[in-house]
Design a protein around this ligand. Structure first.
Ligand SMILES: NC(=O)c1ccc[n+]([C@@H]2O[C@H](COP(=O)([O-])OP(=O)(O)OC[C@H]3O[C@@H](n4cnc5c(N)ncnc54)[C@H](O)[C@@H]3O)[C@@H](O)[C@H]2O)c1
Length: 249
């Protein structure tokens, strides 16, 4: 399976390194607006680096991983689908924009393309999605260190998943993942900055079929403390699910 990566930061770099050693997958090209960053990774992995998105998308690839920014999703998602490739989206908060989400969803349906949203830094998305129609509400409480929130401390945000994803595009993409899984109106988000060693997400989902309570304590990536290793690992899981004949979760 031929793969391309947009964004050569923490997640993109981690996944690129995994891909370069994996059987079955071929990392075809990488692209980053920070060209130096892309060149450094390309040099290390001996992979093609594209100068711009159009050059990147001209390459023969089955799937593109977006590990860049919400703006990258706004700017490139349509082009990726139009170029005949499926898409894995990390900066899922872009889909909190209803108009954009419905445009991209319709385009994918029209073109017969797939968009994959990995569970990212969260756990339990599979179970929450399974009972989505019956979920009354979902509470997400995120705790990260003040350095992830420009040094601020205390309750940083309280409100809807849509606002969380829009106002904190580097920290609260997870709110949008839950929003897409169960419906944005059902998700209430609190973000707290305090001295924690891990990025912590607590999820409480209530439905007539039971209640899910999950706490994920994620190790931060060394080069980007806002991002958890689990998010990068979840991309690898998504790729393996796409490839595999037996899919768990
Ligand atoms: N869904 C989740 O659970 C989850 C978890 C962690 C991170 N994320 C999101 O995934 C994305 C990547 O995270 P990261 O930690 O690797 O970030 P990062 O900052 O370490 O790396 C992002 C890279 O993308 C590049 N980039 C940004 N905008 C671009 C654009 N328009 N075109 C091309 N390249 C662009 C940057 O130059 C940078 O090298 C972020 O948006 C982050 O918020 C999502």
């Amino acid at each position: 399976m031929k793969v391309g990566i947009i964004g050569c930061g923490s997640i993109g770099g981690f996944v690129a390194k995994w891909l370069s050693k994996a059987d079955y997958f071929e990392l075809v090209s990488i692209f980053d607006i920070d060209r130096e960053k892309a060149l450094r990774l390309a040099e290390e992995l001996k992979v093609n680096v594209a100068e711009n998105i159009d050059e990147f998308l001209k390459r023969d690839m089955d799937i593109v991983i977006e590990a860049a920014s919400q703006q990258a999703v706004f700017d490139y998602a349509e082009k990726v689908l139009m170029s005949g490739k499926d898409l894995i989206v990390l900066s899922v908060g872009a889909f909190a924009n209803e108009e954009f989400y419905s445009k991209i969803k319709s385009l994918a349906a029209k073109l017969g393309r797939k968009i994959f949203i990995p569970s990212g830094a969260l756990a339990g998305v599979d179970a929450i999605k399974a009972m989505a129609d019956y979920v009354e509400d979902v509470i997400l409480i995120t705790r990260k260190s003040p350095s992830s929130f420009d040094g601020k401390k205390g309750v940083i945000f309280e409100g809807t998943a849509k606002d969380a994803a829009r106002l904190y595009p580097r920290n609260l993409n997870v709110a949008a993942t839950l929003g897409i899984a169960v419906g944005f109106d059902k998700v209430k988000v609190t973000a707290i900055a305090e001295d924690v060693d891990e990025n912590i997400h607590e999820i409480i989902a209530k439905s007539k079929f039971g209640e899910i309570k999950i706490t994920v304590k994620n190790r931060k990536m060394e080069d980007n403390p806002k991002t958890s290793y689990l998010a990068a690992l979840s991309v690898i899981k998504t790729l393996e699910n796409i490839k595999g004949n037996i899919v768990v979760g």
